[in-house]
Design a protein around this ligand. Structure first.
Ligand code: NAD
Length: 250
């Protein structure tokens, strides 16, 4: 149902962004990938999806402008690129605070401001941002990430109101812990440092806050992104959808 639509997914060379890119492509969208990674792997992904790739660094306004110039007019923007750093506030490296705010929040401002004129003109658009359970609740030592994700949820509500009469919707998807290579790769180190079994690390550390005790799958996040692109979702705007196994219900 997305044939003829062009979709930009930031941070789509791995994890959740890649799953969203695959799902939008499966519905017929022409996908523009963004993100870092191995040249050959990215070329293979482009071939698999019939996609193009713009590798711009979204921590700067120039990078975001380069991405949007390379992408051209897009009907769907998925703001997904993000990064994390964990440290007590008094020790939080200033450069990492600035980088996290730039990538997880400000990049969405840049992609949106540059994508919206075409979307308004065509009378249809979808802006979807991967926020996080941390857009609704906090955890210690994640001050930059929690601030940026709360900001992203607020930004989304604001643009939803501005665009309410234009056929363009803006929504957030807020996952809990998602099973990505990033999460999987933490397990061996945590097993060693805490002297725990793989099962203990999964249940008592990673899934401590997730009542279902199951990781969210990237494909589940992607399925919701696809739904938000449907015509039936045209009246869903300014919303923040949790997929967090009950985390933020507690
Ligand atoms: P990931 O590390 O697997 O992927 C991140 C993507 O962003 C990669 O494609 C990477 O190349 C790209 N990227 C990194 N820095 C960039 C930059 N400066 N400019 C452009 N692209 C850049 O991460 P993921 O787990 O798939 O997370 C994707 C999004 O989902 C993030 O916004 C993250 O905060 C959010 N999220 C993840 C989880 C989780 O458990 N994995 C939970 C909630 C929210």
């Amino acid at each position: 149902f997305l044939t003829g639509k062009r979709a930009l997914v930031t941070g789509s060379t791995s994890g959740i962004g890649l799953a969203i890119a695959r799902a939008l492509s499966a519905e017929g969208a022409e996908v523009i990938l963004n993100g870092f990674g191995d040249k050959n792997e990215i070329a293979a992904l482009c071939k698999e999806l019939g996609a193009t790739h713009v590798g711009a660094d979204l921590t700067t306004a120039e990078g975001a402008e380069e991405l949007m110039a390379g992408a051209g007019d897009v009907d769907i923007v998925v703001n997904n690129a993000g990064m994390q750093h964990v440290a007590p506030v008094e020790e939080f490296p200033v450069d990492l605070w600035n980088k996290i705010l730039a990538l997880n929040l400000t990049a969405a401002f840049h992609t949106t401001r540059l994508a919206v004129p075409y979307m308004k003109e065509s009378g249809w658009g979808r802006i979807i941002s991967t926020a996080s359970a941390h857009s609704l609740t906090a955890s210690p030592y994640k001050s930059a990430y929690v601030s940026a994700k709360h900001g992203l949820a607020g930004f989304t509500k604001t643009i939803a109101l501005e665009l309410a009469r234009s056929g363009v919707t803006a929504n957030c998807i807020s996952p809990g812990y998602v099973w990505t290579p990033l999460v999987e790769n933490q397990i061996p180190d945590t097993m060693k440092s805490r002297n725990m079994t793989r099962e203990e690390v999964m249940n008592d550390v990673l899934l401590a806050k997730q009542p279902t005790k199951r990781f969210v799958q990237p494909e589940e996040v992607a399925a919701l992104a696809v739904f938000l692109c449907r015509e039936e979702a045209g009246n869903i705007t300014g919303s923040n959808y949790s997929i967090d196994g009950g985390w933020t219900a507690e």
